[in-house]
Ligand binder design. Sequence first.
Ligand code: GLY
Length: 390
Amino acid sequence: MNAVSTVAPQPITDKEVNAALDLAVAQVRRNLPQFTYAAQNHSSVNNFYPAVANDQWTAGFWPGELWLAFEHSGDPVFRHAAQIQVQSFLHRIVNRIETDHHDMGFLYSPSCIAAWKLVGDEDGRRAAILAADQLIERFQPIGQFIQAWGRKGRPEEYRYIIDCLLNLPLLYWATRETGDPKYREIALTHARTTLANSVRPDDSTYHTFYMDPVTGAPVRGATKQGYRDDSAWARGQAWGVAGMALSYRYERIEEYRQTFDRLLAFYLNRLPADMVPYWDLVFSDGDGEPRDSSSASITACGLLEMADLVDADTAERYRMLARRMVKSLADHYAVKDPAVSNGLVLHATYSKKSPFNTCRGEGVDECVSWGDYYYMEALTRLSRRWSSYW
Ligand code: GLY
């Protein structure tokens, strides 16, 4: 296993970016036999992903890796495999297989919108619009938010989560694609509710937030996957950073940019020397807790997205931060030897059980499907002018 560094990383060079992408693409190629007609489990087990049915919230990330591999290599074998996945995603949304939750953007942006944008796959476009239709069905007018999980309207499930910011680009895209404003209006409303409640005065974020199903008033923040209700789950903070950058790309609302900076500053102040956080930002060196490398990859993508939207000096600062994070990931977390793992990035944490949270412990100190995807996306963003799938 790669030794985690205690030294502050230098910015990754273009040559190193290319080499890291080559390595990632070679690993994606090795995985084709196992995952062309199957989905990849949300996280690895002893560093190896099992193949599963396309019924988890994370199934979009492996096809996203296929599209990124296609873009980097030009090899049609990746396009072929990705378009087989698109058919599976169309089947899933037409038949509403495990789609009764808010994760439609995570599922359909890197798989089906990518297919439409890159190769004009009409089934990809159709599937993504159906997914956007499904997502807006979860909008709750009482409280003005998209309900994350569970049966719609149930009082114990009447909440949204910070992660949902990554589902909003699907809605902005659907309005642009169809000309129907309803998707965008719900995205804007949900983002407004998130900013009103989920960001604490110290610029950390709540993972989930309950609303009152009768009055619509905000009730309380709570965690599911963070350490405790008042700590800052490292991936939640990263979803906030990346989500604000993507929202700002679609809608130049100053509050999005300011919130991006606030969440980012909180995050950067709590990173260990190698710029890859522990799974909750309450932890630091010596606590004996695992990292969440996926949080760093997500944040790097948020930095690179925002860098395209701001003045040159700020952009340079964001790009250098992203290059340093990616250098750390490439040198000390990325898989170099396929005998060690069939994933791309080690040391991520999906859900670690704590005495105070409500998740099932799974995927602790493993590869996670989105960690691999966002690592490749960050490398791709550094390697070319990339047209986003989001
Ligand atoms: N969106 C769920 C997670 O980040 O684990």
